[in-house]
Design a protein around this ligand. Sequence first.
Ligand SMILES: [Zn+2]
Length: 455
Amino acid sequence: MKHLFFDHALLKTGWAEHVRVAIDDDGRVHSIEPGTAAQTGDRPHRIGLPGMANLHSHAFQRAMAGLSEFRTAGRDSFWSWRELMYRFVARLGPDDLEAIAALAYCDMLETGFTSVGEFHYLHNQPGGQPYGAPAEMSERIIAAASQTGIALTLMPVLYRWSGFDRQPAQPRQARFTNDLDRYAALYNSARDAVAGLPRAKTGLAPHSLRAVDMADLQALLSLDKGAPVHIHIAEQTAEVEACIAAHGAPPIAYLLDQAEVNEAWCLVHATHMTDAETDALARTRAVAGLCPITEANLGDGIFPAPRFLARDGRFGIGSDSHIRIDLAEELRLLEYGHRLQVRERNVLARPGEDTASALYTRAAKGGAQAIAQGSGQIETGQPADIVTLNPDAPVLRASDPTAIISSWIFSGDGRCIETVYVSGRNIVENGRAIARDEVERRFGATLKRLRNWAG
Ligand SMILES: [Zn+2]
């Protein structure tokens, strides 16, 4: 048994003072005692928060962050970014993927993410042939999670078509695509592989309504009943228009009509919804997977959060393309997008709430639900995923815990993080991932190999 002691901790019931948390040898919270004194041997911290799930990651994209920020001849958009991504991906081998993913996971841990949902679609060799082991690339993701200590939900992606109505996949999508038989073999191998890593699990990931049709979706759902299901949806207006042309309904209305969307689901982005779709999605209790920094970077649009939250819609956050990895900034930008739109402040909090605690609490719970990693709360019986804030960070000078979390979310960054525990094991100390030195050495070798890929 190990004990942590917090001057302030964010618990299920809100902020509590002088909290002693006991953690079992298997990494679960054994007991939580507020209003008590520290005992000899307790590790003291000033502020303790539940760890946050990063519910949407394409880890390999971390190595192309910042390389698509120039204007081409026409209008740059998600689609011009995707062209660059295809060129990059053609160069990546298994060793590269593992090295880049490990770096991305260190970066996540150091900003307060304790688990990750890896939406993994880089399956095949450059020509499209499967690797000798069908889950070779999945195993590299698992190895990166194992090396860094982040809790992993690996979601191998089914990608079949390049557009609605079964448009054939393009040759440059060959590394992503599988038919249903090959996907089932891949999924089962990935499921065997995660069994070797504590906390790791798998989920199903139909790439999008463009890349998977309803027959594919039903076949996929039968592979692992009850597992998390994640899908990209309504990120782009072009996709909404194509869905209306093909099916006579926008993507979310179409999906909710055709499939039984429930708590196991995460609809990633869900940016472009009618009011009726927004209300219907909230009623499903599925999680909206919001990636504010990536959505801003790609010029996607703004998720209708005020309406969705007013209907108790559930959401979590993801760093998606990893153009920047920063937990605080994801929540800040989520709020700021709406401030700019409606010209008000504290738009996403309810009356009487402090915005930072409210957004943090909801995103932690929603993210944990989406990737089936704990409850997103410091709670008895749940994995001890806990983030502590650095008492010496200059922006965290306030004494009140709501002011401290507000200072972190609105003024701070990863330098506000002190220690990160995953299943009770400290894997970030003084703001630095314990695995970082080794991870950066390997990443350096990968960068050398990939040099000049964009030229
Ligand atoms: Zn994505």
